[in-house]
Design a binder for this molecule. Structure first.
Ligand SMILES: *[C@@H]1O[C@H](CO)[C@@H](O)[C@H](O)[C@H]1NC(C)=O
Ligand SMILES: *[C@@H]1O[C@H](CO)[C@@H](O)[C@H](O)[C@H]1NC(C)=O
Ligand SMILES: *[C@@H]1O[C@H](CO)[C@@H](O)[C@H](O)[C@H]1NC(C)=O
Ligand SMILES: *[C@@H]1O[C@H](CO)[C@@H](O)[C@H](O)[C@H]1NC(C)=O
Ligand SMILES: *[C@@H]1O[C@H](CO)[C@@H](O)[C@H](O)[C@H]1NC(C)=O
Ligand SMILES: *[C@@H]1O[C@H](CO)[C@@H](O)[C@H](O)[C@H]1NC(C)=O
Ligand SMILES: *[C@@H]1O[C@H](CO)[C@@H](O)[C@H](O)[C@H]1NC(C)=O
Ligand SMILES: *[C@@H]1O[C@H](CO)[C@@H](O)[C@H](O)[C@H]1NC(C)=O
Length: 475
């Protein structure tokens, strides 16, 4: 389908408008084929004079205090440029900027060396071993120097060091000197896990501060979208401030429209895209939050269900086989029942303490466990076994269940059983405990269909006890 002619005309006008923006008077012309983005200035008539660079027969050069370096790339959107570090003088481990003591940026200018740089200092003196730099024999610089990509002459120099630039003392300098190191190189965004032949070429990343509005002497220095006014801080400096409805765009170096759209439709598309992007990311985020909430809710409910189930089962177990419900006794009642822990009531002693025979007021015979005072090992054991019995405690029960499950998987179930019980138990009884433990384990399966029904549990318990008693009779 052919687009209608008025559509073509509109496209042409829009293209023209865009061309006008790109070739705004403030941008410098290409250097050979390399674009010179704002705020860089290769001549006094373009760019911002604070960001002066040079164009030398198609190559952009970055001037430092004492010399200059070729610019490998410029990325205006993140305010980074990468320069090519000095190379080695022929057949020595000494860099060509050694006579200038390495790299020194003019600290009055809005540039600094970024922390993306991994710097390798080569041919260093022993004094560097006392520095905070990594000069060990495993330091990355050795790996680099040893590789085919490394600087071959530097293999003869025993000491080298590696560090990340961008600290306060390296934000403007990479220093080489006779009493330190005589050579250096740098890698941007180095992934030290990669083998050296996968590293990118040496480079040194430099970042710049976003430019303010251009300085002006009179209104003639500003375009129709801005007025030349004194800077707000009364420094005597005058700048081209954008006029109504426009704001300073420090990346493009123009007075740009505020986020609202004009009727010409030139930014309608991008607003629509932004709107869609905003909406979709908003919906995506909402969905994510909902999914996470549902998962958390399900998890909480599962834990709560497990707790309730365990509590119910415990109640059933405690109340099973008799009319008597579980009961908490006072110290006085227990003293009375055991005849004040009399020696003739002692049934046995384990690592954790002693067990006494007790007789309650209603004639019921009970066993009373008593922790040894001051024996922390014993107390710990007692706590362990108490914990093992206490399935209704809120967080511990889940962890305990997992713990027991893990021990069973490792065939160490016997380790979680009270040692005192084990000493007295026959191997048949231990087998029975094991069988019951496996049954219990199936009851805490996460998936409902994997858990036995209460009826199945009852049948299984009956089966286990039948075998146990039958074999006891046999013996
Ligand atoms: C290390 O630097 C010293 C001092 O400049 C120089 O004489 C020597 O040749 C360098 N070492 C190597 C292996 O190039
Ligand atoms: C580098 O340039 C600065 C400023 O011009 C000067 O003070 C310094 O002596 C120079 N350093 C070297 C090593 O030439
Ligand atoms: C450093 O930059 C400032 C500001 O542009 C300039 O005045 C000064 O001359 C520069 N210093 C050197 C040594 O080039
Ligand atoms: C020096 O760097 C190596 C290699 O990255 C590393 O294994 C070592 O732990 C570092 N040593 C120190 C003291 O930072
Ligand atoms: C580099 O090579 C030297 C000499 O061949 C060797 O002693 C050293 O262990 C190597 N270092 C690394 C980090 O590969
Ligand atoms: C380098 O300049 C950036 C601004 O472009 C600043 O945020 C950063 O703190 C500076 N780093 C140092 C070490 O001065
Ligand atoms: C005023 O602002 C200019 C840049 O616009 C800056 O160079 C100067 O240091 C500032 N002066 C004061 C006193 O803050
Ligand atoms: C003024 O700003 C508008 C919107 O950014 C732009 O299209 C126009 O080219 C600018 N005018 C001048 C003289 O720079």
């Amino acid at each position: 389908m052919k687009p209608p002619p008025h559509r073509l005309l509109l496209t042409a006008i829009l293209l023209l408008r865009c061309a006008m923006c790109t070739f705004s008077a403030k941008n410098c012309p290409n250097c050979g084929t390399t674009p010179v983005p704002y705020p860089f200035s290769t001549a006094s008539t373009c760019g911002d004079p604070q960001y002066k660079i040079r164009c030398n027969s198609g190559t952009l050069l970055f001037d430092t205090l004492n010399t200059s370096y070729p610019i490998m790339s410029i990325n205006p959107s993140i305010q980074r440029l990468v320069i090519q570090p000095a190379s080695l003088l022929p057949n020595t481990c000494v860099t060509s900027d050694y006579i200038y003591e390495g790299i020194s940026l003019n600290e009055s200018l809005p540039f600094n060396i970024t922390s993306d740089n991994t710097i390798m200092f080569l041919n260093c003196t022993e004094s560097l071993l006392r520095s905070p730099l990594n000069c060990t024999s495993t330091s990355l610089c050795h790996v680099y120097v040893n590789s085919t990509k490394g600087e071959a002459p530097c293999q003869a120099a025993p000491i080298c060091c590696t560090f990340r630039a961008g600290g306060s003392s390296t934000a403007h300098r990479i220093r080489v000197k006779d009493t330190g190191c005589r050579a250096y190189t740098s890698f941007v965004g180095l992934d030290s896990v990669l083998p050296v032949d996968k590293w990118s070429n040496p480079g040194l990343a430099i970042e710049w501060v976003l430019p303010q509005e251009p300085i002006c002497g009179s209104q003639a220095d500003c375009d129709g979208n801005s007025t030349c006014r004194p800077a707000a801080n009364l420094s005597g400096v005058r700048r081209c401030y954008c006029t109504g409805g426009l704001h300073w765009d420090p990346i493009q170096g123009i007075c740009a429209h505020d986020a609202t759209c004009q009727n010409d439709g030139s930014c309608g598309g991008s607003t629509k895209t932004a709107l869609i992007a905003g909406l979709t990311s908003g919906i995506g985020l909402t969905l994510l939050v909902i999914v996470i909430s549902v998962l958390l809710y399900k998890r909480r409910r599962r834990i709560k269900e497990a707790q309730e189930r365990l509590a119910r089962e415990r109640e059933e177990i405690l109340n099973a086989g008799g009319s008597r419900a579980a009961k908490i006794f006072t110290g006085k009642q227990i003293k009375k029942a055991t005849n004040n822990f009399s020696k003739d009531r002692l049934l046995g002693a384990g690592g954790y303490g002693e067990v006494f025979k007790g007789i309650l007021d209603d004639g019921t015979v009970v066993a009373v466990k008593c922790a040894k005072l001051g024996n922390t090992k014993g107390t710990d054991q007692l706590l362990t076994s108490q914990k093992a019995l206490d399935f209704t405690r809120p967080e511990d029960d889940i962890n305990l269940a997992v713990y027991v499950q893990r021990m069973m998987e490792e065939e160490k179930l016997m380790d979680v059983i009270d040692p005192f019980l084990k000493v007295k138990a026959s191997s048949l009884q231990l087998e029975t405990v094991k069988a019951l433990a496996f049954l219990a384990l199936s009851c805490i399966e996460e998936k409902r269909q994997n858990r036995p029904s209460m009826k199945e549990v009852a049948e299984e318990i009956e089966y286990i006890t039948t075998i146990a008693t039958a074999r006891e009779v046999e013996n």
